[in-house]
Design a protein around this ligand. Structure first.
Ligand code: IMP
Length: 194
């Protein structure tokens, strides 16, 4: 089954393809599906934004589409940047954003944070399947690791003693918000078909 991933983020594309590699779902990039537009993310929740992106990709391609809207929620910042994670401190690079977050948390005891991903799959006949995944962690005191992307070098996993950027891609996909959301989505799709 061919499904367009409504994202222009190559890191997400790689992760989602790997997460779904054991299924019969073939993920097409927006480029492969001939989609060159990106809708404005006007929703207030991860699920709303995921739906906006999936519907836009489905309408542009005529194919089923799936989208991931995700972000990092930091306890001490009132769960920010949350749905604004990709737009947060837009003028800075990710290493600079990570540095800024660590500065904002200096002297703060609660370093708890989580990643959330909402996955929404839509079909031309109007059907929709949704799933959510959460990965718990802490904001590290220093950025470490080269793997993953975005905020991964400062997303510390106490049970591993490592950041999300220091574990392997397979380990990240096994525990990540995106891994959980897309595996749940694939199993709901499978139930629907049986
Ligand atoms: P979206 O493309 O609008 O869903 O934005 C997601 C943003 O959340 C990314 O650009 C990153 O800033 C952040 N994010 C989501 N998932 C991850 C992850 O697995 N690692 C690091 N940052 C992430």
């Amino acid at each position: 089954m061919r499904i367009v991933l409504a994202s222009n983020n190559p890191d997400k594309l790689r992760e989602v393809r790997e997460i779904l590699s054991g299924t019969d779902i073939e993920i097409l990039s927006q480029r492969e599906a001939g989609i060159h537009t990106e809708p404005e993310e006007t929703g207030t929740t991860f699920e709303e934004n995921a739906r906006i992106k999936a519907l836009a990709a489905m309408r542009a391609s005529g194919l089923p589409a799936v989208s991931d809207d995700s972000g990092i929620c930091i306890n001490a910042l009132g769960s920010c940047p949350g749905v604004f994670s990709s737009r947060f401190l837009a003028e800075l690079s990710y290493p600079e954003k990570c540095q800024r977050i660590m500065e904002l948390l200096e002297g703060i005891h609660d370093r708890g944070a989580h990643y959330t991903a909402a996955a929404v799959m839509v079909f031309p006949d109007g059907r929709e399947i949704t799933a959510e995944g959460i990965a718990e962690g802490e904001i590290a005191h220093e950025a470490r690791g080269e793997g993953g992307f975005g905020y991964d070098p400062i997303f510390y996993l106490p049970e591993y003693g490592k950041t999300m950027a220091e574990i392997s891609e397979d380990e990240k996909n096994a525990l990540s918000h995106r891994g959980k959301a897309f595996r749940a989505l694939a199993s709901k799709l499978c139930e629907e078909r049986n």
